[in-house]
Design a protein around this ligand. Structure first.
Ligand SMILES: Cc1cc2nc3c(=O)[nH]c(=O)nc-3n(C[C@H](O)[C@H](O)[C@H](O)COP(=O)(O)OP(=O)(O)OC[C@H]3O[C@@H](n4cnc5c(N)ncnc54)[C@H](O)[C@@H]3O)c2cc1C
Length: 441
């Protein structure tokens, strides 16, 4: 089942050319295109299904600095300002607000990790407060139970995943950008080794720069170009319940279950990190590189089923550029939520927040989180194809850092001073020697 999502109109005609073509209309693609259009760059965004319909509308909506990896923290901090500024400069509503994120725990080891992160974050100018048991009980009043401690990060917030990507696409259209939906990019054309066009199902768009913001489809698209991009997707499930009378925290994390208030008053419930691993040929191909990541997370990963194969996004097949591709067969990746996880999430949420007993389940859905082996996205121009910029593998954090990442990609595409140091994201880091022609499979 799909989560709630605003729809926007497709632009009337496919442009014959554009300075930049952005492939993929998730939060990364729309913010990239928006920041390009603001600079007067002509931009065409092509989306195989609906704007925001895959990961970008299926997430919790957390926009956080709290507990971020050092490599992503600068982008997370810039993004919070950009979320705020976007609303003011465009007049569009993403549902973003700095409600603060509340973390509660009874686990000394977890509290100590949060405390170390607080010390590190201070050096980066980020303020976050450790809560003692009394403060935790007070902030977590709705749980009606005792806590050893917690963290409150007041400058973090949430945006509405159902509204955000469509709102940014609407702002892009107002700036003169073209947004094509139900329009898959099948491949790219090159001249003298450099990008010269993007081949879509509706025709070719001439361009010298293409940005691949294709989420979980990025690796199979790269494979068509002879580029090896190690990516794995895991299936996370989430449910939403109707509003309740007594307000609950806007965004609350506990190890057992997390709760987020959406802008329509419903609450999204999920278990952090819990996911099904649906084995696919692509998964097998990259598995060795993911061993350290899966070893770290093995407690919350469960064996999956055929959802990954049904999705078709991890195919190893080469597709033709003059015939429908897997992306036209599956316009929107809409995997089945895992019933056992949904039941367990709901049970834990009722136990944590008794007020939720009044609420009824309104929706349940799942999303494929696209990960890289080190959990940091790959962002940058690929040396083997000048003009081709990869922006994928956001590893479960891409919604919150969407504005900063989009700004950074627009900087790279136009040769502007980058908003943050792009080095930690360079795609070549996955294997400097492996970029280029595919050697295996
Ligand atoms: C359950 C869940 C909870 C999450 N919670 C959070 C959270 O709280 N905070 C956070 O920061 N992140 C969270 N995330 C992660 C976040 O949602 C993603 O990192 C982010 O949305 C990725 O954005 P994207 O634009 O890269 O990908 P997507 O949103 O997946 O968009 C990619 C788009 O590209 C399109 N596409 C692909 N190939 C082509 C092609 N060839 N031609 C045309 N179109 C194409 C697809 O149709 C899709 O719309 C969560 C994810 C899930 C699933």
């Amino acid at each position: 089942m799909s989560p709630p999502l605003y729809h926007i109109q497709t632009s009337p005609t496919l442009p014959a050319s554009a300075d930049v073509v952005v492939i993929g209309g998730g939060i990364i693609g729309v913010f990239t295109a928006y920041y390009l259009a603001r600079r007067g760059v002509s931009v065409a965004l092509v989306e195989k299904g609906r704007i925001g319909a895959e990961q970008s509308s299926r997430n919790w909506g957390w926009c956080r600095q709290q507990n971020r990896d050092a490599r992503e923290l600068p982008l997370a901090s810039k993004s919070l300002d950009l979320w705020e500024r976007f609303g003011a400069e465009s007049g569009e509503d993403t549902g973003f607000h700095r409600c603060g994120l509340l973390y509660l725990s009874n686990d000394e080891a977890e509290l100590s990790r949060w405390s170390s992160w607080r010390d590190f974050a201070k050096t980066a100018g980020v303020t976050t407060y450790m809560l003692d048991s009394q403060q935790a009980a007070q902030r977590g009043q709705a749980t009606g139970r005792a806590w050893k401690g917690g963290v409150f990060s007041p400058s973090d917030g949430t945006a509405d995943p159902g509204k955000a990507a469509p709102a940014v696409a609407a702002a892009l259209i107002k700036l003169g950008g073209s947004v094509q939906q139900d329009c898959a990019a099948r491949g790219i054309e090159t001249e003298g080794g450099r990008v010269s066009g993007v081949i879509t199902e509706a025709g070719v768009i001439r361009t010298r720069t293409a940005v691949l913001a294709g989420g979980a489809w990025a690796s199979s698209f790269c494979r068509q170009l002879g580029i090896r991009f190690p990516q794995a997707s895991i299936r996370q499930s989430i449910l939403s319940v109707s509003p309740v009378e007594r307000p609950l925290p806007d965004a609350l994390y506990t190890t057992g279950v997390s709760v987020t208030r959406r802008s329509d008053g419903r609450y999204a419930l999920a278990i952090s990190g819990r996911a099904r691993v649906d084995v696919t040929p692509q998964f097998m191909r990259f598995a060795p590189q993911f061993v350290p990541m899966f070893a770290k997370r093995w407690r919350s990963l469960l064996p999956g089923g055929l959802e990954g194969i049904r999705g078709g996004h991890e195919t190893l097949k080469r597709w033709r550029l003059d015939a429908p591709t897997p992306m036209e067969r599956v316009r929107i990746l809409d995997p089945k939520p895992d019933p056992a996880t949904v039941r367990e999430t709901h049970r834990r949420a009722l136990e944590l927040l008794p007020e939720l007993r009044e609420a009824r389940i309104t929706d349940a859905w799942a999303g494929f989180v696209d990960s890289t082996p080190d959990g940091v996205p790959g962002i940058g121009e690929l040396p083997s194809i000048p003009g081709f910029i990869l922006a994928a593998g956001f590893s479960g954090h891409g919604f919150g850092i969407g504005p900063g990442a989009g700004h950074l990609i627009a900087d790279l595409a136009t040769g502007a001073e980058p908003i943050v140091d792009p080095l930690p994201y360079r795609p070549e880091r996955f294997s400097d020697s492996a970029w280029g022609k595919v050697a295996d499979f």
